[in-house]
Design a protein around this ligand. Structure first.
Ligand SMILES: NC(=O)c1ccc[n+]([C@@H]2O[C@H](COP(=O)([O-])OP(=O)(O)OC[C@H]3O[C@@H](n4cnc5c(N)ncnc54)[C@H](OP(=O)(O)O)[C@@H]3O)[C@@H](O)[C@H]2O)c1
Length: 254
């Protein structure tokens, strides 16, 4: 009989991770491979994707780096076509590609606002549509939202917060459309503060100013977030859909 750890195995599965060229996406790709999945790595910087591919291969799995601008629906479809051509299937999508900006609302241009929505929200939808079209029952989509989709954190982030709150709504509705009819679970994760290229852009002292709201008194380790992705991606999360899981050290309850 299968034990509880077997529920976390992703052996034989194929995962697509967007934004796998840096930061959290690298940790997700590596963790999915360690759990047994082959991984399609998608982002704009292909040279960096090739570095992530080495990590997947070191974990004993196959990797396929594919160039993707997630804001372009045709490129989203092309990634899924490449995945099916190479590996024959797609079981898991981790919608992780994202950009973070902080611009005071009275100064933010339509182009600035639209770009964040195009990547962080619309891009997730294009990828979810392309993947769901080929996914078999038992598949799983994990959307990487943010605590900024739930609360504020002291910076002017209308575009980012709107995109991440929108992603929570998108998650809920796709779960409603696909969980029963297609057997595809759709969940979101709302990460708190994890070190990455995105958080490297914060001005000195910003992260420290927020730590007081983090109940566990520290930044998150990407491995702790990747563990949540693995949980939601496979059978361990088989009865979880439409949810947003905050992995934030308690930030959103303060
Ligand atoms: N770090 C945190 O504390 C934190 C907290 C909450 C939520 N998040 C979310 O976690 C996700 C990953 O962020 P991160 O912290 O790891 O930041 P990061 O290191 O800046 O990574 C962002 C990734 O998104 C990709 N990306 C950006 N624009 C893209 C586009 N148009 N098409 C395809 N890929 C694109 C980037 O790759 P290319 O530049 O190569 O395209 C990169 O791989 C984001 O959605 C972010 O909002 C992070």
């Amino acid at each position: 009989m299968a034990g509880v750890l077997d529920l976390f195995s992703l052996r034989g599965k194929v995962a697509v991770v967007t934004g796998a060229s840096s930061g959290l996406g690298v940790a997700f790709a590596r963790a999915l491979a360690e759990a047994g999945a082959d991984v399609v790595l998608a982002a704009r910087r292909v040279d960096r994707l090739k570095e992530t591919a080495l990590l997947v291969e070191q974990a004993g799995q196959r990797a396929l780096p594919v160039r993707l601008d997630v804001a372009n629906p045709a490129e989203a479809e092309a990634v899924v076509e490449a995945a099916v051509r190479e590996f024959g299937r797609v079981d898991i999508l981790v919608n992780n590609a994202g950009i973070g900006t902080a611009v005071p609302a009275l100064r933010e241009t339509p182009e600035q606002f639209t770009q964040v929505i195009d990547v962080n929200l619309n891009g997730c939808y294009w990828m979810a549509q392309a993947c769901a079209a080929v996914m078999e029952p038992g598949s799983s989509i994990v959307n990487i939202s943010s605590v900024l989709g739930i609360t504020t954190a002291g910076l002017p982030q209308a575009a980012y917060a709107a995109s991440k709150a929108g992603l929570i709504g998108l998650t809920r509705d796709l779960a409603q459309q696909w969980s029963g009819r297609r057997g595809i679970r759709v969940n979101a994760i709302a990460p708190g503060f994890f070190t990455s290229e995105m958080t490297d852009q914060y001005s000195d002292g910003y992260l420290e100013s927020q730590i007081g709201r983090v109940l566990v008194n520290r930044l998150g380790d990407p491995a702790e977030l990747a563990a949540a992705v693995v949980f939601l991606a496979g059978a361990a999360g088989g009865y979880v859909t439409g949810q947003t899981l905050a992995v934030d050290g308690g930030f959103t309850v303060t």
